[in-house]
Design a protein around this ligand. Structure first.
Ligand code: GAL
Length: 665
């Protein structure tokens, strides 16, 4: 059993903000937390102004009481540093530390995240309050984990960011401006730099920006935020050696400002906030997509679901906060546990009476404990206790999907052949096809050791480093099945195109050469000899040794290869030159899995039933089963259902929407 949770069961609780309430409410909180079975509370996430109302004046009384109360109630504390929301005094004292947008607008306080992470005044103030917390609470028995900051990610383009960017570039390019000019191909549009001081962040400019500059800025910013995190982490680590340290990551759908592979190795446990806003099967596929990524960023070890919504999640872009259906919170929460989370935690314990998120759902709603939501929370707390023995166990996958945010950043720059080709949907489609096939899937970095996987999918690897290309080559030569999606292997790590035909990084492995991209407009679909269709993209490719599995029918590419497979060493490189429709992709996934001899987690499980296992090092295993269909299904399984206490011998009748967790024989 591994991870910081070993021996502590699964953690259950959420963000707790007592500074927004008074002693009467605190007394009720103590009572209700016991009733709900809360075992962990994240405290102080945005409490800076309550802890340091004036610069250098500290008011820790309420936090002392909170930690004492929680400890008395058997609740372990995840203590946050409040640095994601500097108080108004800070903005007035250090206006240069307020963030500036790409258009040069300086943002004011009034919300949260109003700081530039590269501003020295901000970094110093953040370290001062962190040091105060570390020294004051180092020996507090409630302290179980540090939670640095909140959801790192906010961007800034100010002069501090520019200075940091220059320092980062000098280190990346060995202090050689000529190397930077080459990497950025600055001869195009007269951008040759003759002094480091001429380089600025990719601020708003006249027309298309330099894509290598924007890529490097994204890398720099992820590293700059990480430097801010590491300063706090190291300080906490010195003050409280042995107390695990984390920060909560986000997995937004349309952008990502952090390189989570790099960040994942700097935390003691990866924690995530996941606000699922789809329901039904698509929602569950999304949940699996997020959970499988987080587990992978945590190198397969148990991770922490730090925040989710008990009910309504505000979809600000759609202007609505839909409530969750009865039972959805339970099923989703256990869904994260099934995929390796050792906690079920929420934002937040009690719905705010005011402030920006006053209509965000919480474990204790505005209407109080006599509510459906609080009853479900209490029942879930009991379920989580029943699953205590699962803590520390891990999920094992034989299939991986490659992910690399560098590819995402590069391929979503402006000036690409099609702005309709988005990074995340390509990964999501392939992961969803594997999820629908009942296959347990990890994510992996292209440069990682992939040998444990029977099949590796690379749905969207536009940018591929030399090391990545070599790693994929080794994997296939050694007997792996690599399935490469279109518009992959095109650029190197500086975002220069690999010449000699696409996908330049993988020509040999795939046994083909793409001569020209044929991106498709919204009204165009391509047809394949297999009956499948493709959207978004097509390519004019010639095989050079690869076998043609499907060709285009009609249109400008009539008769040209569309899907291919190449024997390379002891393995196979498969290639898809278009984005297949759902049935076409499912068919191909099935074909590849069969060729590699990789099966679903639970052979014979009905399609409506999601099955996933956690394994302990001592040979025990737990089978999680979720029926997402409308009918009762018979599932081939045996063991003791930890949720119901029932013994199952060979077959389980699983009603619609039911969950079972079997300790297997
Ligand atoms: C998270 C954040 C929480 C809360 C929540 C609301 O991003 O960490 O503090 O704002 O969203 O959904």
């Amino acid at each position: 059993m591994t991870g910081p949770f070993a021996g502590a069961g699964l953690w259950f609780g959420g963000d707790y903000n007592p500074e927004q309430w008074g002693p009467d409410t605190w007394a009720e909180d103590d009572k209700l937390m016991r009733l709900a079975g809360v075992t962990a509370a994240t405290v102080g996430v945005f409490s800076w102004s309550s802890l340091e109302p004036e610069e250098g004046t500290y008011t820790f009384g309420w936090l002392d009481q909170t930690l004492d109360r929680l400890h008395a109630g058997g609740v372990r504390v995840v203590l946050a540093t409040p640095t994601a929301s500097p108080p108004p005094w800070f903005s007035f004292a250090h206006p240069d530390a307020l963030p500036v947008t790409a258009h040069g607008t300086r943002l004011w306080h009034g919300s949260r995240d109003t700081y530039c992470a590269a501003a020295p005044a901000y970094r110093q103030a953040a370290l001062r309050i962190t040091e105060q917390l570390a020294s004051r609470y180092a020996d507090h028995p409630a302290l179980a984990m540090w939670h640095v900051h909140n959801e790192y990610g906010s961007l800034c383009y100010c002069d501090h960011a520019a200075a940091g960017f220059r320092r980062w570039l000098r280190s990346r390019y060995d202090d050689r401006l000529d190397a930077l000019n080459t990497a950025w191909n600055t001869a195009f549009w007269s951008q040759g730099y003759t002094s480091w001081d001429q380089i600025v962040p990719p601020r708003a400019t006249q027309y298309l920006p330099n894509p290598s500059q924007t890529l490097d800025f994204s890398r720099f910013w992820s590293d700059e935020l990480m430097a801010a995190y590491l300063e706090q982490r190291d300080l906490l680590c010195q003050g409280t050696p042995g107390v695990p340290i984390t920060t909560n990551f986000m997995l937004p759908n349309d952008y990502q400002n952090l390189d989570l592979w790099r960040w994942g190795s700097e935390v003691d446990v990866v924690a995530v906030d996941h606000y699922l806003n789809a329901t039904g099967r698509p929602g569950r596929a999304d949940l699996a997509f997020a959970a499988d990524q987080i587990r992978s960023f945590n190198r397969g070890r148990p991770w922490l679901l730090m925040e989710q919504a008990p009910s309504a999640v505000h979809l600000y872009d759609q202007g609505i906060a839909p409530a969750k259906e009865p039972g959805q919170m339970r099923s989703d929460s256990l869904g994260y546990v099934a995929r390796g989370s050792d906690s079920v935690m929420f934002f937040q314990w009690r719905t705010g009476r005011g402030g920006a998120e006053l209509h965000h759902s919480a474990m204790v709603p505005h209407a109080g404990p006599d509510t459906r939501v609080f009853r479900e929370v209490t029942e879930l707390g009991a379920d989580v206790r029943r699953l205590a023995e699962v803590a520390g166990s891990t999920v094992r996958a034989r299939v991986a999907v490659l992910s690399d945010v560098n590819s995402w950043w590069a391929m979503e720059s402006r000036g690409m052949p099609s702005s309709r080709m988005r990074y995340l949907p390509a990964l999501r489609e392939v992961h969803a096809a594997l999820w629908a096939a009942g296959v347990t899937t990890d994510f992996a970095h292209p440069e990682a050791d992939l040998t444990r996987y029977g099949v590796v999918f690379a749905p969207s690897l536009y940018l591929l480093s030399d090391a990545g290309a070599a790693s994929l080559e080794r994997y296939v030569a050694g007997g792996g099945h690599l399935v490469v999606g279109c518009f992959s292997g095109v650029a190197d790590e500086t975002h220069a195109i690999r010449l000699g035909g696409y996908p330049g990084g993988l020509l040999n492995l795939l046994g083909l050469r793409v001569e020209e991209f044929h991106p498709l407009t919204e009204d165009r679909v391509v047809r394949l000899t297999t009956g499948a269709t493709g959207t978004l993209w097509s390519e004019d490719l010639q095989t050079r040794g690869a076998e043609v599995l499907a060709a285009y029918v009609g249109g400008p590419l009539d008769g040209r290869p569309a899907v291919t497979r190449n024997r390379h060493g002891a393995g196979f490189g498969w290639y898809l030159s278009t984005r297949l429709d759902r049935a076409g992709l499912a068919g191909l996934v099935e074909q590849v899995l069969a060729a590699a001899g990789v099966g679903p987690e639970l052979p014979g499980a009905p399609t409506d039933v999601e099955a996933i296992r956690r394994h302990a090092d001592d040979g025990r295993s737990w089978l999680f089963l979720f029926n997402h269909g409308d009918l009762t299904h018979l599932v081939p399984a045996s063991g003791i259902d930890l949720l119901s206490g029932h013994q199952v011998d060979g077959e389980l009748a699983l009603p619609s929407a039911a969950v079972a967790v079997l300790r297997e024989h």
